[in-house]
Design a protein around this ligand. Sequence first.
Ligand code: DGY
Length: 323
Amino acid sequence: MSSTGASILVTRRWPEAVENALAKKFDVTFVNASLSRSQWQEAFSNYDAICPCVTDRISADLFPDTGIRTKLLANYGVGYNHIDLEAARSRNILVSNTPGVLTDATADLAMTLLLMLARRAGEGERQLRSGNWHGWYPTHLMGTMITGATLGIVGMGRIGMAMARKAHYGFGMQILYHNRSIVDDACVSEMKAEYFSELDDMLGRADFVSLHCPGGKNTHHMMDAGRFACMQSHAYLINTARGDVIDEAALVEALGKGQLAGAGLDVYEDEPKVSPGLANMENVVLLPHLGSATTVTRTAMGMRVLANLEAFFSGRELPDRVV
Ligand code: DGY
């Protein structure tokens, strides 16, 4: 018997420690599958709270108009552009997320992509595994120097800042950033990070560009054909933010034309589909949305969801309220 009596639907399996903690407090159902429209409607009618994740696209048509029991969508993840917030708000459903606990894991993965691109690690591994490595020679898979190169950060929030610090203090990179406004922070000053109000201007100066802005309509296709044309032809693009920040078809075209040197992607416009063409390019590194995928981080994300559920069902303010 749960201690609160509240019934919770969780759409995917979570790390065991969090599932156990959740089950002690609530009457939990784990689905581990994509729900159909009628299953979503049923879920909204039958559960006090639902815990979705980025894989669940919760558009307005999935919410029933009447008979809604659900009072909270406690999202497992920091990004929430997969949830129609207006549809939730208009039905008095609160939405929470999990900020702060996946900052370093995501920045680490962005750095992984940067390193893999610059040092052609994917190409090298594919060559070796396929039996096509025939020994050392001076011109073999020569890559790009990272130390001292210039990194342009798009979105200097928590994750962008963590990426900037790792790149600057770990690899001696010079930091440029584009953000809605100048970031007033001692670390930004110490790194001498240079602010660009115009993204195009920064793109023309960076050797690597790493995206860390939120998804959603304001950033949809922010990186489009015009923006790729602004990049330097030796520069690399890294995306651990949201897939639709990049116009993927335009990226394939720009890579084909040599407008940029390569791309490292962890997120895609239509996950888990990947635009045709990308998988055949040697200068592209493709990861399956692994930004937060460490055991510690995924456990912390679950615990953060639990903290929001506990707050809600004991009548307290949500620690991470989005709506
Ligand atoms: C996040 O937390 O937003 C990750 O992308 C997984 O949802």
